[in-house]
Design a protein around this ligand. Structure first.
Ligand code: MIC
Ligand code: SF4
Length: 642
């Protein structure tokens, strides 16, 4: 039988396991990336492993999230990152150089290679034919040390593209349409491969947009073929030597095939507060808009920005709208400036922000109270913008500009003027903001600079054979890691300070949670389905662990979060009978007996203090059980496991 693209890359990187869906595979990782908000913790973890130099082909640390520097915390973290990476053989992309995923596509991504990154949108690398996964910081630390990356072998979906996008309909609309079809859960346990004749009509940045948003469907990753379009993109970046062709075999088999005719798609919009709450833009025509934000790792490429500039050229945005534009990288910004497009953006009244995540993660540019904000980003979770009652919608850059010009949600296909933008033959390459690591002989004595914001890593506890713990919080379906551990300008600078962060845990759901969890000693959280969707932040596991949470019982879990819980030594289990969820009350005291034996059987009995008894499943691999029994991945690695 022929192979899919993902199967080919996996087969050439397989360290152990068998590639049938549902079984665990261990993959060799060629490249890693981190960003600052998760990276500080990942390097602290890497340091505890005592390995002098990374063992990957390439590891890069980007600084793009925490660039506001409202106090010493961010600057201290930047210095820590710069010095720890120089010492251990890791490239360092300086603050302001751009957003990790955009930069990685431009400068480092290679078709056919494996990549893991401590950011859920690392999947953007699929746009250039990489098998790229978002992971928790600890998994990235282990991969930097030469360890394997373990995943459950996903199912394989194919999206078969035909036709060509109409003017003003974009790759973002393709993603939004797929989210409408699949929902935020529809990609769980699957790799989405993009194929069909329509693929050749999409540029690498457009493919990056689509691979980026596969994460919002819960997909393990997304991947495109590496073809002539890929070769041209790499050549334009001065990296033609990195090109290898890659396609699926004609007789490759998929678990599900979805057909999409690009020529029939319309501009789409995701309504508050979920990326799958998607309708056609035309159906919201006339809704008043207060703010428009263009940028993020989803839509900040040169191609996107040139289209934005062309649409703004000679026009002025509506006076009632505040428009921000954040180019994805220094390369994008410089090229916009050199060709005059930046002047067109500025002349329209837009505010040009730094090449960073910025408003996407609530670092500035929060909307006004109750404001309607149209964003070209990938997530519109409640409160993420920094304004709790804002109404955030997700759109393409074209819909964003059309709406900024009129002041109302506007379908860009109603614009009569043609939009002619082409990709350049050559990108301007200047890697001066990417610092190479120190040579090995100089690294040994190089200091690592730490500031006072870097606090000790919290200690996780090994499981004894029984657990009696209070049900400190009961939440519903689709709880995101933004609910569990919010980000934003006030909290994000403290990502290396777990005790401080813990004050904000579950703030959106129940601000009394941290105090109650601490008072309880040992705690349990009960959740609905898709618990922990969204970001890869391991803080959403480390902070509850710090607050005493030992077990999470949910109807189902999101992939990266369940791995992070296990790595943090928190037992994740699912209801055998989902209706038992309704029978549990917050504050109940739950007892789990015979934990090790139950883990072995894959089933545990839970007894509540009112006598109610129910069963939970824990389908864990031998390695995961050993990690949990050791009290988390760091303990397990220290004890010799890898
Ligand atoms: C996000 O988009 O939520 C983030 C911030 O990039 C996260 C990582 C983080 O929490 O630091 C992600 O997507 O993994
Ligand atoms: Fe940054 Fe937003 Fe992309 Fe996350 S989704 S990496 S915050 S731009």
């Amino acid at each position: 039988m022929g192979k899919t693209i993902a199967q080919k890359i996996m087969a050439s990187h397989l360290l152990s396991g068998d590639m049938t869906p549902g079984s665990e595979v261990a993959l060799r990782i060629d490249q890693t990336l981190t960003q600052d908000a998760t990276g500080t913790m990942a390097y602290l973890e890497f340091e505890t492993m005592g390995i002098p130099r990374v063992k990957t082909e390439l590891s890069v640390a980007y600084v793009d999230h925490n660039t506001l520097q409202c106090g010493f915390e961010n600057s201290d973290d930047h210095r820590y990152l710069q010095t720890v990476t120089a010492k251990h053989g890791i490239y360092f992309s300086r603050p302001g150089n751009g957003i990790c995923h955009q930069l990685h596509l431009e400068r480092f991504g290679k078709p056919g290679k494996t990549l893991i990154g401590s950011d859920s949108h690392t999947t953007t690398g699929g746009g250039i034919g990489m098998l790229a996964f978002g992971a928790g910081g600890m998994d990235v630390a282990v991969a930097m040390g030469g360890g394997a990356y373990y995943i459950t072998m996903p199912k394989l979906y194919k999206v078969n593209l035909t036709g060509k996008l109409r003017p003003y309909v974009t790759a973002k609309d393709v993603s939004l349409e797929l989210l409408r079809i699949l929902s935020v859960k529809g990609g769980v346990g699957a790799i989405i491969e993009w194929g069909g004749e329509g693929v050749a009509t999409l540029s690498v940045p457009e493919r990056g947009t689509i691979a980026n948003m596969g994460t919002e469907m819960g997909a393990t990753t997304s991947i495109f073929p590496s073809d002539e379009v890929t070769r041209k993109f790499l050549a334009a970046q001065g990296r033609e030597g990195d090109y290898v062709p890659l396609t699926s075999d004609p007789d490759a088999e998929y678990d599900r095939i979805i057909d999409l005719d690009l020529s029939t798609l319309k501009p789409m919009i995701a309504c508050p507060h979920s990326p799958d709450n998607v309708v056609a833009v035309e159906s919201l025509k006339g809704v008043k808009v207060d703010q428009v934000c263009i940028g993020s790792c989803t839509n900040s490429s040169l191609y996107d920005m040139l289209k934005v500039a062309a649409m703004l050229k000679g026009k002025t945005i509506d006076p009632s709208v505040s428009l921000s534009v954040s180019p994805g990288s220094r390369q994008v910004l410089t090229m916009l400036s050199d060709c005059g497009a930046l002047s067109d953006i500025l002349a329209s009244g837009a505010r040009v922000l730094e090449c960073a995540c910025g408003p996407c993660i609530g670092m500035g540019f929060s909307p006004n109270s109750g404001g309607v904000s149209l964003r070209t980003f990938n997530r519109n979770f409640l409160g993420r913008s920094g304004t709790p009652d804002a109404q955030v919608y997700l759109v393409s850059p074209e819909t964003a500009v059309a709406s900024a010009l009129t002041g109302y949600i506007t379908d860009p296909t109603t614009i009569a003027e043609p939009l002619n933008v082409t990709m350049p033959e050559k990108f301007l390459v200047n890697d001066s903001a990417i610092l190479p690591p120190l040579p090995a002989e100089k690294a040994a004595d190089a200091p690592v600079l730490r500031g006072p914001n870097i606090k000790e890593f919290p200690k996780s506890r090994a499981f004894s054979d029984s657990l009696t713990a209070k049900l400190v919080l009961k939440v519903g379906d689709n709880i995101t890691t933004d609910h569990i551990m919010p980000a934003g300008a006030k909290i994000l600078p403290f990502r290396s300070n777990i005790p401080y962060l813990s004050k904000f845990c579950f703030e959106v759901c129940d601000p009394t949670f941290p105090e109650r969890a601490k008072a309880a000693g040992d705690g349990v959280i009960v959740g609905g389905s898709n618990y922990g969707q969204g970001s890869s932040r391991e803080h959403a596991a480390l902070v509850p662990m710090y607050l005493g949470i030992r077990c999470v019982i949910a109807k189902s879990f999101a992939r990266i979060h369940i791995a992070n819980l296990i790595n943090a030594g928190i037992l994740p289990v699912t209801f055998e009978n989902p209706e038992d969820y309704d029978k549990l009350n917050q504050d109940a005291v739950l007892t789990l007996l015979d934990i090790a034996a139950g883990m072995e059987r894959g089933r545990l009995t839970v007894t509540a203090d009112d006598g109610f008894q129910f069963y939970v499943n824990c389908v864990l691999t031998a390695r995961q059980k050993a990690i949990l029994l050791a009290g988390g991945l760091l303990n397990y690695t220290r004890e010799g496991g890898m």
